[in-house]
Design a protein around this ligand. Structure first.
Ligand code: KG4
Ligand code: ZN
Length: 360
């Protein structure tokens, strides 16, 4: 039995988990920092790093205790090392290295976005090949995978992430932080057809996203179509809910259309979604409507940042021979398609992938 300790600190959630065989979750403990960042209306990197420093060891202790797992039972440590906030990633990676070094265990670095795709496999049998849509506060991307070990980037956002748009629009509407759940709730009382907001790239054949235009369109709408720093005009509760619903509908339209394009192009056996925005009730409903039984959607606790998805994918990577030495560094930027292709070429040359060493 492979028992993996997973560590996740890429943004503002401190999470530790113990997962067996890549899919049996013994325990997952996630400490949210929402209360610390709320008054700033967004994640403050310095505050996030310090909060990880305080919360991580207690989270690990609690994950081991709740799962009834002794330290001796852990076979490897998996940790998200990209992408994310550099300082936040460093906390998790440094802890993972220390734990692995102290116990003489293998260290497995995991790509946080690949793990969001993998999350569906914690609860479902995911038939491969699979197409995954990752929609979170920091990223919006489409992936293709033939084995849930290696992932190919099909396309991503050229500016804001979908979750970022939810958070900023919620701030403009005065709905609070984090914005995604607040818009989801307000939209239930609103009319999604009342206002027509831009659906950037929906009808373009290219697999790319852009959410800065819709964010600006909503801001102009709320300011009575004036630009600049004029304070928002007073909107009725009814109009606020209608704007929330119309905004959400436009974002969901684009996400569903792009996922359909990716599926037409790659003909996968299953479709998954992941990331915090995958908690959105309208998105879940729409994606289920479009893809039916082909789509697998994780429970909200596995959509949001969590260490179970890191431990799960870490187990698969470890089984495939991937492990990292103690010089592994964090990489704040997401991997672009060109870098994946370059890594493949290098591996085909027999020179390895640069950071990952494949044993056996
Ligand atoms: O994956 P995640 O926990 O963190 C990142 O890796 O970014 O995603 C957080 C994002 C936030 O932008 C939050 O507003 C959004 O997910 N979110 C939602 C919902 N719940 C969380 N967006 C729309 N609808 C929701 N119900
Ligand atoms: Zn995430």
């Amino acid at each position: 039995v492979k028992t993996i300790l997973g560590i996740e600190t890429s943004c503002d959630e401190t999470s530790a988990a113990v997962v067996e065989e890549g899919e049996r979750v013994r325990s997952v403990v996630t400490a949210s920092q929402d209360d610390l960042h709320r008054r700033f209306g967004g994640v403050v990197p310095e505050i996030a790093s310090r909060a990880h420093l305080q919360a991580l060891i207690p989270a690990v202790e609690e994950a081991l205790a709740r799962g009834g797992v002794a330290r001796e039972e852990i076979d490897a440590v998996a940790v998200s090392f990209r992408p994310g906030l550099a300082g936040s990633l460093l906390l998790g990676l440094t802890f993972a290295k220390a734990f692995a070094y102290a116990r003489g265990l293998p260290l497995v670095g995991v790509d946080h976005l690949h793990a969001h795709v993998y999350a569906a496999a914690l609860e479902h049998r995911v038939a491969c090949p699979v197409v995954g849509l990752v929609v979170s506060g920091g990223h919006t991307a489409l992936f293709y995978s033939e084995d849930l070990v290696e992932f190919e980037l099909l396309g991503s956002t050229i500016d804001d992430a979908a979750g970022e748009a939810f958070d900023k629009v919620a701030a403009v509407l005065g709905l609070g932080y984090p914005g995604g759940p607040a818009i989801d709730r307000a939209a239930r009382e609103g009319d999604p057809r009342r206002f027509s907001f831009p659906r950037t790239f929906r009808d373009s054949p290219e697999l790319k996203f852009s959410f800065s235009g819709i964010k600006t369109a909503v801001r102009y709408h709320c300011q009575g179509h004036s630009s600049g720093k004029t304070p928002g005009r007073r909107m009725s509760r009814k109009e606020t809910c209608d704007v929330a619903a119309s905004f959400q509908e436009a974002v969901v339209d684009v996400l569903a259309a792009k996922l359909e394009q990716a599926v037409e192009r790659t003909r996968p056996a299953s479709v998954v979604i992941g990331g915090g925005v995958a908690c959105n009730s309208r998105l879940r409903e729409r994606i289920r409507g479009v893809f039916g039984g082909m789509v697998l959607i994780p429970a909200p606790r596995y959509c949001m940042d969590n260490a179970a998805m890191i431990a799960g994918l870490g187990c698969r990577l470890f089984e495939a021979g991937v492990s990292h030495d103690l010089t592994l560094d964090v990489d704040p930027r997401p991997v672009r398609a060109a870098r994946i292709r370059a890594a493949r070429r290098r591996r085909n040359d027999g020179r390895g992938t640069g950071t990952a060493s494949r044993a056996g």
